[in-house]
Write a protein that binds this ligand. Structure first.
Ligand code: NAD
Length: 260
């Protein structure tokens, strides 16, 4: 149980982040939702989680591409709740192109949101967590934090960097009650991957269903998508006492992708 604990999940208006936020709320943590989207849809999600689980849920629309905004998100959370126990760095974007054609603006945006946001959030959160003598930092990396794929120079670089950051923060917080770990999902059927499925369908002139099969078949031996709920369960495990001594590591939830 995470009763009375406060968790920020960045990029939690959709996909994996929303699955993680729901799971932490189920365990009675108060939640700070973050991410973009339609205001009334976000309010429906916020109110829905609050009512379903009897916890306090607030929304903060901080832009993870801006370091100052990330640091403000942490400060505002501490002002609002008087504490911060769990930080899940999940917000992320994707863009694919061969390296020689990769637009520098997309490179910088991916590095800012998928890697630097975690640095700023962690830097602001660690003092608070150390003061409390307990904290959990979970960085949502990717199978692409461990292995490469073509056309994903920025994403693969950012996710490998995120795992490096995880190791350093795990070492720097060891013995303080704070842990820092990465979770490395394989394919999860979220809007971020839906676009890649549509691209395959268009390129190969096949249906969405066949494109999804092709996507899985290329990388994920289980031939099944990972679900946001399963990733919520992984984060919940990392927040449990059973994981007190797990720090500085990367946990794969990838249907066997990186075992190959
Ligand atoms: P998604 O597109 O469904 O959700 C991304 C979330 O990030 C949304 O809430 C969006 O609003 C938010 N976001 C984007 N830019 C932001 C910004 N500048 N500031 C604040 N919020 C922002 O994607 P997803 O698939 O749920 O991805 C979540 C994380 O999981 C990402 O870090 C992604 O790299 C990682 N991941 C996804 C997969 C997958 O197969 N879907 C696999 C491995 C890792």
């Amino acid at each position: 149980m995470l009763k009375s604990k406060v968790a920020i999940v960045t990029g939690s208006t959709s996909g994996i982040g929303l699955g993680i936020a729901r799971q932490l709320a189920r365990l009675r943590a108060n939640i700070v939702l973050n991410g973009f989207g339609d205001a009334s849809e976000i309010e429906a999600i916020r109110g829905g989680i609050e009512r379903e689980h009897g916890v306090r849920v607030v929304y903060d629309g901080a832009d993870m591409s801006k370091g100052d905004a990330v640091r403000r998100l942490i400060a505002t959370t501490v002002e609002t709740f008087g504490r911060l126990d769990i930080l899940v760095n999940n917000a992320g974007i994707q863009f694919t192109a061969p390296v020689e054609e990769f637009p520098p603006a997309n490179w910088h945006a991916i590095l800012d949101i998928n890697l630097s946001a975690a640095f700023h959030g962690i830097a602001a959160a660690v003092p608070e967590m150390k003061k409390q003598g307990w904290g959990r930092i979970v960085n949502i990396a990717s199978a692409h934090g461990l292995v490469g794929s073509t056309h994903k120079a920025a994403y693969v670089a950012a996710k490998h960097g995120l795992i490096g950051l995880t190791k350093v923060v795990g070492l720097e917080t060891a013995g303080t009650g704070v842990t820092c770990n990465a979770v490395c999902p394989g394919w999860v059927r979220t809007p971020l991957v839906e676009k890649q499925i549509s691209d395959i369908a268009a390129q190969k002139n096949i249906s969405q269903m066949d494109a999804a099969k092709a996507l899985l078949g290329e990388k994920q031996p289980s031939s099944e998508f990972v679900s946001p709920e399963q990733l919520g369960g992984t984060v919940a495990f990392l927040c449990s006492a059973a994981a007190d001594q797990i720090t500085g590591t990367a946990i794969s939830v990838d249907g066997g992708w990186t075992a190959q």
